[in-house]
Design a protein around this ligand. Structure first.
Ligand code: NAP
Length: 288
């Protein structure tokens, strides 16, 4: 770790809980490796305490911070300005303090899109299918549309608390971007088969299959998988979910959510410091 001086710039993670996060390891190691005079700390702050915490950090001249659950949506109201992605998603996971103005970004979708490239695939101009309508699904859907994915099928439970929000996101994408977005009911098996058939990539962006419920899979019908389908999961614990295992056994190329996590952090790092995170070094340290 770099020595903390009177010049050290503060960055942080706000959320509740935060003590399990890998972000302090990742950012502090990257600061150390590049000799940047920054430090990254975690603060357990829930959404009720967030306005006060943000006001205090702004007064203290914090350089920037990340937000995790449950603070990502609330931060939209507290930022002075939002990036196009943060506005479309309706959630902020990264804030940069530019001379007292707090600019809200959302790097989760950028992280996912980068992880697709890192795995060696190009999905721009193609059709994809996303399972889920929560925070991760929304961020990825919005960024995919902004980046130039041609069509996105989104599948969610009709009873989801996110259904209306996701329909609104699809309507906004359809009205403002060249991308086509369609929301479908999980129970519509015909629509699911057709969507996957025309997709280059199928993504699980639900929490189904996450530890400790590792025997669950959002897709159980192996016939949906075909050899030229790329299949990925936002989950990284376990490294291979049941969903990815079924897809791999069917001959699909698969990758998990590890590098989405890495690259959302790398993008925040670049926003704060103006310098690229040494991702290959961070991969070797914490992601292998
Ligand atoms: P969230 O906002 O709570 O959304 C969860 C989604 O999963 C909702 O659409 C929910 O549907 C769906 N879901 C849960 N159980 C289901 C079931 N049995 N059947 C069908 N759908 C179900 O959570 P999130 O923040 O999006 O996180 C989702 C997953 O992504 C978590 O595992 C999280 O760890 C992971 N994640 C990874 C990264 C990364 O960097 N790799 C980043 C963010 C999140 P309902 O609304 O119908 O309940």
């Amino acid at each position: 770790m770099n020595p903390i001086t009177g010049h050290t710039k503060l960055t942080a993670l706000l959320g509740s809980p935060v003590s399990h996060s890998i972000s302090p390891l990742m950012h502090n190691e990257a600061f150390r490796k590049l000799g940047l005079d920054y430090v990254y700390l975690c603060f357990d702050v829930n959404e009720h305490a967030l306005p006060e915490a943000v006001a205090g950090l702004r007064s203290c001249g914090i350089r920037g911070f990340n937000l995790t659950m449950p603070d990502k949506n609330k931060m939209v109201e507290l930022a002075d300005e939002l990036s196009p992605a943060a506005r479309l998603i309706g959630a902020v996971n990264t804030v940069v303090n530019e001379k007292g103005r707090l600019i809200g970004h959302n790097t989760d979708g950028i992280g996912y899109m980068h992880s697709v490239k890192d795995a060696g695939y190009d999905i721009l101009g193609k059709t994809i299918t996303i399972m889920g309508a929560g925070g991760a699904a929304t961020a990825i859907c919005a960024q995919a549309a902004l980046d130039g994915v041609a069509k996105i099928h989104i599948f969610a439970r009709r009873t989801s608390r996110f259904w209306d929000r996701t329909q609104h996101l699809a309507d906004t994408i359809n009205a403002s971007l060249p991308c086509r977005a369609e929301l479908h009911d999980n129970e519509d098996k015909t629509a699911l088969r057709q969507a996957v058939e025309e997709s280059a990539l199928l993504l699980n962006a639900t929490s189904v299959g996450m530890a400790p419920n590792t025997e669950a899979s959002i897709i159980t019908d192996r016939n949906l998988f075909r050899e030229d389908l790329i299949v990925s999961d936002v989950i990284y614990n376990p490294r291979e979910t049941k969903f990815l295992k079924l897809a791999r056994e069917a001959g699909c190329r698969t990758f998990n959510g590890m590098y989405m996590l890495l690259y959302q952090g790398a993008e925040a790092f670049r926003i704060w410091t103006g310098v690229d995170m040494p991702v290959e070094h961070i991969k070797r340290m914490y992601f292998s």
